[in-house]
Design a protein around this ligand. Sequence first.
Ligand SMILES: [Zn+2]
Length: 304
Amino acid sequence: MRTKAAFFNRTRFIIGNGENTRFWEDTWLGAQPLALQYPLLYNIAQRKQTTVAAVLRQTPLNIQFRRALIGNRWVRWLHLVRRLMDISLSDYPDSIRWRLTTNGTFSVKSMYDHIIDTSPISKSMNIWKVKVPLKIKIFMWFVHKGVVLTKDNLAKRQWKGNKRCSFCQTHEMIKHLFLDCPMAKLLWRSIQITFNITPPTSIHMLFGTWLDGVNVLYAKLIRVGTCAILWAIWNCRNDLVFNRMNYINFLQIIFRATALIRMWSLLTPAATREPLVTGCVRWEMVAQVIFNRYGWRHANRIRP
Ligand SMILES: [Zn+2]
């Protein structure tokens, strides 16, 4: 038993399909087993022997805890989730790497290279560099990965509720909710009028090439605004679905977004704060003009 422990302490698992690597107890992410890196979580985890595959194959992550994730546990959980997001399972078996040699006697070099090459580590939109709270970055990553619990995703898990969008009568899907819904279109249109930014046409583009060619500093501001508008749409939608609000107009969504931007602007350097706040004011002004001129007609049309 001691030999086995010594062996595993000196080996590192290179994740392929994740089926032969224990999630908590093998070393596969970082220099130690996750059990040692996150003892607060490990102590309350159910199924301590679970594999990486069992955890990562499902969204949301298939981990259950015996206690609520609050306080430090929640902080550690977000920290762990953030790291797990960069992991992609492949179809290849896991391999073992002997940590004391550089070439890794137990691993097949080509396979290692292959796994590195084929892991689509998501760095798109520089989500992780945007100056917004971590939970917002995680939400954005969920949007990008298509795993936000919109009604189509809920339905895949036997959810039996009404699948219609809260803002219109179409089936709610991620792309619809954030880009194609008349409500989303109106919001993006107000952004276009205010800032002369062409709205993205797909989620892929939103996180990919959308801001290519835009001045780097300007793009940073736009990304903060993008996080705000998506988060505002999502929260308004949740109010309609879960909190029994029966009507939200686009001005309310914009004011939620600008409140967020003002709050998040405190996370950015002083030089960026000013343009963020000014941008909010401009956007609100344009939105009010649109609303005053067309508001109720648009509102009537988009109302379910
Ligand atoms: Zn809709």
